[in-house]
Ligand binder design. Structure first.
Ligand code: SAM
Ligand code: SF4
Length: 334
């Protein structure tokens, strides 16, 4: 049967092709820019989509809504028990869909091979420092060696190119940008620095304290020759630079100071079955309720399309009326 494809378009001419699926809001780290030390009130179990429900919605996204890329995230996606099965079933639904996982890499060493066998293409690992004491200060857990083992296992399993995402925090690791880049080049990981965004549960973000992409560039420039690596940037959030003529690169994701909302092609499904058309959206569209009330695939697809149409032009962080979303990054799916 051939099903009509409806695109996930918005009124500004953007079309979502990239779906971020949050598999859980729980996490085994407590990164200070994301969660408080004591953790958060986790979503009640019965509100979290089951594996079958997730796979059904992914099927609608891939077969009817033009999604070509899926990233599993969270919270920490590796703590979701059904992860390997969900990836396997997603791969069956979309043999050509690009599949990746964003993870803190705790426990990745143990399952990297199984993830690759299930059809995962690659991983993005979040790592803000390669110094054990800084890592522990930021994440509030002394687990750097597990992350490094996870990274090595991912590379060995063929889950590459392995990207490493780092957030710099003033007073913690803002002096470590060159060291991180040297380490990443040595291990053949593609490093990208992400500006800290106002998405922490504690609402501790301030514009004046955040480390900007310009500041990161300035800190790297004395030690590396950085030249623009690609034009145009398209929907990719990272501005990519060749390091010392290449082939190594470094990315700067200036979500706050140089927003890329005009080219955004992302849509998010939260672990409890809500569609968010933007990280910073103040409203969500409930697919779980409809799904559990017996909605057909057509009805779910229509709801999804309607949810995207309402996407705002930009995140508006610089707008005086900006309000941080009620949900923190870990519950949205970063
Ligand atoms: N737990 C997984 C991980 O850390 O990779 C996946 C979820 S985490 C929310 C996804 C990404 O969001 C990580 O790279 C993390 O560094 C980033 N992140 C979390 N809070 C952030 C914030 N306030 N500003 C910028 N990036 C943030
Ligand atoms: Fe967990 Fe990822 Fe948030 Fe860190 S950034 S606390 S690893 S969800």
């Amino acid at each position: 049967m051939i099903t009509d494809v409806q695109l996930l378009a918005d009124r500004f001419g953007r079309v979502a092709r990239d779906l971020r699926v949050s598999l859980t809001d729980r996490c085994n780290l407590r990164c200070s820019y994301c969660m408080p030390a004591e953790g958060l009130d986790w979503l009640p179990d019965d509100t979290v989509l089951t594996d079958d429900e997730i796979v059904r919605l992914i099927g609608i996204a891939v077969r009817r809504l033009g999604i070509t890329e899926i990233r599993f995230t969270g919270g920490e996606p590796l703590v979701r028990r059904g992860l390997v099965g969900i990836i396997e079933r997603t791969r069956e639904l979309g043999p050509d869909v690009e599949l990746s996982v964003t993870t803190n890499a705790l426990g990745l060493a143990k399952i990297a091979d199984r993830l690759a066998a299930a059809g995962l293409d690659r991983v993005n690992v979040s790592l803000d420092s390669v110094r054990p004491e800084t890592f522990a200060a930021i994440t509030r857990r002394d687990r750097l060696s597990d992350v490094l083992a996870g990274l090595a296992a991912a590379k060995a399993a063929g889950l590459g190119p392995v990207k490493v995402n780092a957030v710099l925090l003033r007073g913690y690791n803002d002096d470590q940008a060159p060291e991180l880049l040297r380490w990443a080049i040595e291990h053949d990981y593609a490093l990208r620095f992400i500006e800290q965004m106002p998405l922490d549960a504690q609402h501790g973000w301030t514009r004046t304290e955040m480390i900007t992409a310009d500041e990161i560039f300035t800190r790297l420039a004395p030690e590396f020759d950085l030249t623009p690596a690609r034009e145009p940037r398209g929907s990719a959030p990272a501005e990519l630079f060749l390091v010392d003529g290449g082939p190594a690169t470094v990315g700067l994701i200036a979500s706050v100071t140089r927003p890329f909302c005009g080219d955004c092609d992302r849509v998010r499904l939260t672990a409890d079955g809500q569609i968010r058309n933007c990280l910073f959206a103040r409203t969500e569209s409930d697919l779980r309720g409809a799904l559990r009330a017996g909605a057909s695939d057509d009805e779910l697809a229509d709801r999804w399309v309607a949810a995207m149409w309402g996407k705002r032009a930009g995140h508006g962080i610089d707008d005086p009326t900006f309000l941080q979303p009620d949900r923190p990054m870990s519950a949205i799916g970063g």
